[in-house]
Design a protein around this ligand. Sequence first.
Ligand code: DC
Length: 224
Amino acid sequence: MITIAMDGPVGAGKSTVADEVAKRLNILHLDTGAMYRAVGLAVVKAGIDMHDEAAVTALCAAGKAHVDVKYVDGAQQTFVNGEDVTPFIRSQEAGTAASCVSRYAAVRRMLVARQQKLAEEQSMLMDGRDIGTVVLPHAKVKIYLTASAEARARRRMLQLQQKGEDADFEEILKEVNARDYQDMNRQVDPLRCAEDATVVDSSEIDFEQTVAAILRIVEEKYVG
Ligand code: DC
């Protein structure tokens, strides 16, 4: 069994890097952000105010924000209350709702338990914000994938420009810094680098070099 925990701030390229590393190792990749996004969507769909922690907690306690994950040809599909929400979780709305509800202890407890169960059953690379610190504290490999706020904002700007959208660097940099602050300063399970994690800084290296650096770390830990 191979278990890899990967954490890091927004825009460090975690999802795409994690996907590629998992593919090369022939193991599953669990994107835990997708699960928070699914809960966010369930809250919106239920007509509940996402800022009302008690109401969101009650929804979870009633089993009405039940998240499940399945794999089809190795690709993650995310379900909430039996409905496949994979096509909808990348929206801005889902991201905003996820960011809000991920602050609540009841939401985190529910999803962390599910994530731990999934990692017990199969080899897996899991990425998120609290994987090395809370979800899989005993993972043999822990990676903290980061990059400077400027490098992350620059990548985001290029992505937007490629889609033909307007992109103002200073504005994006401000958003990146705000998301970092929110993720690192929330009360429950804030983003931080686990003491035993290896930091990979992708500011000055490209996608392929980042993937290679992580594969080297995995090999060192498992092969020695
Ligand atoms: O990585 P992402 O943008 O898809 O994550 C969506 C939100 O969920 C983001 O605000 C951070 C939060 N999140 C979290 O709190 N813990 C995780 N393990 C994964 C994501």
